[in-house]
Ligand binder design. Structure first.
Ligand code: LFR
Length: 475
């Protein structure tokens, strides 16, 4: 048996999990969980990255002695360092408004079609590329993506992990290397980035001060994992050998799509705003970003944090598919006024406005299930890869209503679990470096044998979902 600490930072909470892995066993336990509370200061929305680092250190201490540590987090955001390696300011939150209107400026230099052909990345205002153009970086020597920044603080070593680097929109998904041409046309200095690292590569050992602060005895290696949380989560999709599957990574976001061997860079794919992010072992995550449970989190915040269980019961009783919104629409990206914004969207498309929190919650869950359906249908068509089952992983697996609605909307069985998929994918990559598991498929087989999964069969036919889809298209 070996033990691994998996640090997994999400947009609303961070956790340090301990995975214990043997030749035919895999157990995951939570050592420490802490809130990730972005802070709004006069200049904008910022990550409190020092609080996150403190949470990581507390977590490593609580986890105790392990054979290795791996870090994953949300994508696209970064810290800038000076020539001495000191952090220059708090990392900017991807929901900050500084990238508003930046894409149009970028497209005047590099047309959107050229950008997609070169990078395969969806348009999202927060892609690192647009953030860098908005920021006009001066005075920085180094840019480290969030998991790479924390790895640097833990080990003193710098690198740029590939799966997360692919979300910058500066990577060519065919060569899996930098897109030198795009960077030079936009005047982005790729020298800011540390050398690329692959999942499985060593990332140094915990520094003496870290050992002292956490009570661990060295050397404790840090292993590069799929440091984009979605890369780690997809690595932990418990697909059986040969299964034709789609996946949905649920949490603050819903990331719905397929695992492919090669990117899809067609004009149709660009028009449908599908992304080609890089995964483990040469795979491509072909998916669409859907706003996810963010919509509900923001409503719950606006309603003064009512109890979620009661809200979901009310939602289950509320009339189905009465009103739906486009849950992929970037209008829902920024924080604030979410119940009002959802009401406005319903009104604008000529649908009844939800009146109670229960009705609004139902509208959100129906809208998410509908967006899941659309993404999975379109991904199959665009990639010419039919599927038989949808795997739902991540925090949304706890929401039985969402899982059932997703099965109904897709007209496909949903297999829900594991909930801590990102941490499990993180652990599996570390275990691989010790030879405890083989390739991606072996890791997945181990998950199917060791993790509790719940199956939801589709109920009814998909006609009401198709009708709701049509309503949204013409609204
Ligand atoms: C999910 C995620 C998504 C990415 C978004 C912003 O946590 O990493 O994959 O598009 O956050 O970074």
């Amino acid at each position: 048996m070996k033990s691994y600490s998996a640090v997994d930072l999400g947009a609303s909470s961070g956790r340090v999990m301990v995975g214990r892995v043997g030749p035919d066993s895999l157990e995951l336990a939570e050592a420490h969980r802490f809130v990730n509370r972005p802070v709004r200061v006069p200049e904008g929305l910022r990550w409190d990255v020092l609080a996150l680092y403190a949470g990581v250190l507390d977590g490593l201490k609580a986890a105790g002695q392990v054979d290795s540590v791996g870090i994953d987090s949300w994508a696209v955001d970064y810290g800038l360092l000076d020539a001495d390696g000191a952090l220059l300011g708090n990392p900017v939150h991807y929901r900050d408004s500084r990238t508003e209107g930046v894409a149009e400026k970028v497209w005047a230099t590099v047309p959107a079609a050229d950008l997609y052909a070169a990078t395969g990345l969806q348009y999202a205002p927060f892609n690192t590329l647009y953030q860098l153009v908005a920021e006009h970086v001066t005075g920085a020597e180094r840019l480290l993506l969030i998991p790479d920044l924390l790895t640097y603080w833990l080990t003193g070593e710098q690198g740029t992990e590939l799966t997360n680097a692919s979300t910058t929109q500066l990577i060519d998904p065919r060569t899996r290397d930098w897109s030198y041409d795009i960077a030079s046309r936009l005047g982005i200095d790729l020298g800011l980035f540390a050398p690329l690292r692959q999942p499985g590569d060593p990332a140094g050992v915990l520094r003496p001060e870290v050992l002292e602060g956490t009570g661990l005895s060295g050397p404790v290696p840090v292993t590069t994992v799929g440091s984009h949380d979605t890369a780690s989560a997809v690595a932990a999709v418990p697909a059986a050998a040969g299964e034709r599957f789609a996946y949905i990574c649920t949490g603050t976001w819903s990331l719905a799509g397929l695992e492919l061997d090669a990117p899809v860079l067609t004009e149709k794919s660009r028009a449908a705003n599908f992304t080609n992010e890089l995964g483990l072992d040469g795979t491509v995550r072909y998916l669409r970003n859907i706003m996810g449970l963010w919509l509900l989190q923001e409503c719950v915040r606006a309603w003064g944090e009512p109890e979620l269980g009661a809200l979901l019961l009310d939602a289950a009783k509320a009339p189905a598919l009465r009103s739906v919104v486009d849950a992929s629409d970037p209008v829902f990206l920024a924080p604030g006024r979410m119940p009002e914004r959802i009401a406005e969207a319903c009104r604008a498309s000529g649908q009844p406005v939800p009146r109670t929190p229960g009705e609004t919650t139902r509208c959100i869950l129906d809208s998410l299930a509908l967006a899941h359906r659309r993404a999975i249908e379109e991904a199959q068509r665009l990639a010419d890869r039919p599927v038989d089952v949808v795997h739902v992983v991540g925090g949304g697996t706890r929401n039985a209503l969402l899982c059932q609605l997703t099965a109904d909307a897709c007209g496909l069985p949903v297999v829900a679990g594991p909930t801590e998929a990102a941490a499990l994918g993180n652990v599996l990559v570390q275990a691989r470096t010790h030879g405890l598991v083989g390739d991606l498929a072996d890791g997945r087989t181990l998950l199917t044998r060791t993790q509790p999964l719940t199956r939801y069969e589709p109920q009814g036919d998909t006609a009401p979902w198709r009708a709701a889809e049509a309503r949204l298209a013409t609204g």
